[in-house]
Structure formats: structure tokens, C-alpha cells
Design a protein around this ligand. Structure first.
Ligand code: 13P
Ligand code: SF4
Length: 348
């Protein structure tokens, strides 16, 4: 496609969402990225939280964490550019050790991934010997390597149920763990791990625990409150509220639907004749609005993930031009992490 055709299709899809004054310049970036993609035999994976000008133009595959992990396992290009955050690009590398996996910004982290270390997981395993460890994909490779199986927001309950054990260590998202505990009828505890010392066994033995959690949180989803929902319901009695499971259990309880980013997108497609409130990252709201121009979508749009926000068309262009930033994972860690990711893909 030439620059004018790219510009025209962006104008059609993103009218009123991306300022007109930016479209010409962004169309030029898209044109350059598309050429480089072909020249270097690269594929671009894009998470649902990418900004609209990127989301609607350059990704060859788009989706939630689970869909992108599945697709990453199937690609046969030499280079994978991951328009998402570091833990997602690492998952692609875990599944494709011989390919070059690029993340366009070194600042694209995640508060959940930062909340736990491999050493924390080793301490927990010592305190709860034999209890299987389920790790949310929003973690780094060395944490996955200490785990039995990974999960995403769309399969967390089925992964926990698949283990057929009474007790599970579920890391690191406190809210996702509480939401899973509620759905699976498990009692949850958050043990304190004392670094460098043995956990006092009596501290935990007396508790009737079935899910052992960790106090990590998504810095975006923890911002939504029940008060936000009540305020909107007061103004719009017909509003249907959708919340990501990284929101607090109180927010999920006060909502009408909770699911992964792609499940939310699909749910919106089916709704008609009502207002819709999305409690998730705000660029995804823009993307849904672009896709559903006739629907009445409300959102609390101040909540943008600062990590996803690092991934722009400019950063992607320089990533493909200079082949940066390459994801590298030591092979012993990758092999152990691969088992946990692969096990999740198999049961999903
Ligand atoms: P999904 O798996 O639902 O895409 O969520 C990933 C994420 O980081 C949400 O904050
Ligand atoms: Fe991490 Fe939250 Fe950003 Fe998702 S939205 S990448 S969980 S900080």
C-alpha cells in the first residue's frame, strides 16, 4: 500500500480518535514500517492495549496475552517485533529461541512483573513444599522458570482447576488471585515471606488455605473503584459495566461482566441499545470505539498503562531499523520457563 492509501484507510478507521493533524505523519511511519517488515522477514504482534494509530495499522496478529502466546508459538518469520510489554516479548522468545525477538522500548515493563522475583518464588516453595505454583504470564522468565504452569486472565480458573490439587500457589496478582479464589470457591491467604529466614511454619499451618497468593497489583486496574461504577450507574441506569479481572474483587463484583481484554472486546460486539462502561486500559477503549462507532461507550479515560504507552509507531520503526531491543534469556531459564508456558498452551 502507498502512503496515500494508508492515510485514507487510517482516516476512515480513526476519524475523531486520532487528531487529523497527526494522521499524515503516522501514515508515513506505517509505510516505512511495512516496507521494513517485508525486507527483514519480520512479523509484528500487537497487544489489545496498543494505541489506535498503531493497533489499526502495523500488527499482523493482534490479541490478548493468551492469543499472542499461542500465535507466537506458530510464527515462521526470522524476526518477531512485539508491540506490547517486556513479559509478553519474553514469552515469545521462550517459545521461539532461534528467532530474533524485539521489544521497541526498554521502558515497557509491568508493575505486576516487577512485584515478584525468582527468589521470592523459591522461598514460597520452601514454605509450602509440594504445592504447585501457577504463575500469571505477567511475570519475567526467571519467575516462570520456578513455576509449574502459567496462566493468563482468560484461562486462570481452568488452569487452577486442571491441577486437581486442593492447594495452589497463585502468583503474583493479588486481585486476580482473589477473583480466581471466588470463582473456584477457594480460601485465599497472603503469607509473609521473610527473606533470608525460614518461614515460621505455625504462621501458616493453622490457616485453612487453598490458594496462596502474593501482593502484586496492576497499577492501572487497581485505580478503578466501586464508587466509579456507582457514579456512572446513577447517571446512566442502562449502563453495562465490563471490568478486567486485574480489578479488585469488589469492582468485579459490582460489574456485569469480567474477562480478558479479547473477551471484553467480543462481549461489547454483542451488546446493543445500552451504554457500555469499560474498566480497563484506556487505549483499548479507543480501539473498541473505532471498531464500534455506533455504540455508546463510556470510559474513565485517564487510565493509560505507562508501560504500554512506550510502544509507539516511532519506537517500532527504530526497533526494526536498528534491530533493538533484542530479548535474551539464559537457556537454562528459558527451558524451565518453556515447560510452564507450554503446559498452559496445551490445556487452553
Ligand atoms: P490480557 O491477557 O487480558 O490481554 O491482559 C494483559 C494485561 O496486561 C492486562 O493488564
Ligand atoms: Fe502490567 Fe497493568 Fe500495564 Fe497490563 S496494564 S502491562 S498488568 S501495568
Amino acid at each position: 500500500m502507498d502512503i496515500n492509501s494508508i492515510y485514507n484507510s487510517m482516516q476512515k478507521a480513526l476519524k475523531g480518535i486520532v487528531p487529523e493533524i497527526e494522521l499524515k505523519y503516522k501514515a508515513e511511519l506505517v509505510y516505512k514500517i511495512n516496507n521494513l517488515k517485508k525486507e527483514k522477514n519480520a512479523i509484528i504482534l500487537g497487544h489489545n492495549y496498543m494505541e489506535p494509530a498503531l493497533f489499526y495499522t502495523i500488527p499482523d496478529i493482534k490479541g490478548d496475552s493468551l492469543e499472542l502466546s499461542r500465535k507466537a508459538a506458530e510464527v515462521d518469520n526470522d524476526i518477531i517485533v512485539f508491540c506490547g510489554v517486556k513479559f509478553m516479548a519474553e514469552t515469545a522468545k521462550i517459545l521461539n529461541p532461534n528467532k530474533t525477538v524485539l521489544l521497541p522500548s526498554q521502558k515497557a515493563g509491568c508493575s505486576l512483573a516487577e512485584s515478584i522475583t525468582a527468589d521470592d518464588v523459591r522461598q514460597l516453595k520452601k514454605s509450602f513444599p509440594g504445592v504447585p505454583v501457577v504463575t500469571y504470564v505477567n511475570t519475567y522468565a526467571d519467575v516462570k522458570a520456578e513455576s509449574d504452569i502459567c496462566c493468563t486472565s482468560s484461562n486462570a480458573v481452568s488452569v487452577v482447576n486442571s491441577l486437581k490439587t486442593d492447594t495452589v500457589i497463585f502468583l503474583p496478582d493479588e486481585y486476580l488471585a482473589k477473583n480466581v479464589a471466588k470463582e473456584t470457591g477457594k480460601h485465599i491467604i497472603f503469607p509473609q515471606i521473610l527473606h533470608g529466614t525460614e518461614q515460621k511454619k505455625n504462621d501458616v499451618d493453622i490457616l485453612d488455605y487453598q490458594l496462596i497468593g502474593w501482593k502484586g497489583r496492576c497499577e492501572v486496574h487497581e485505580k478503578f473503584s466501586v464508587e466509579d461504577i456507582n457514579n456512572v450507574r446513577e447517571q446512566f441506569s442502562d449502563v453495562v459495566v465490563l471490568a478486567h479481572p486485574e480489578c479488585s474483587p469488589e469492582v468485579v463484583e459490582a460489574s456485569d461482566f469480567s474477562g480478558s481484554t479479547t473477551t471484553m472486546i467480543k462481549y461489547v460486539e454483542k451488546l446493543n441499545g445500552c451504554k457500555i462502561l469499560l474498566l480497563t486500559e484506556c487505549s483499548m477503549g479507543d480501539n473498541i470505539i473505532a471498531e464500534n462507532p455506533d455504540k455508546d461507550i463510556l470510559r474513565l479515560c485517564s487510565v493509560r498503562c505507562p508501560h504500554m504507552n512506550q510502544i509507539t509507531l516511532e519506537a517500532t520503526l527504530s526497533s526494526l531499523t536498528d534491530l533493538k531491543y533484542k530479548i535474551e534469556i539464559p537457556e537454562d531459564i528459558r527451558l524451565r520457563a518453556h515447560k510452564a508456558v507450554q503446559r498452559m498452551i496445551e490445556i487452553s
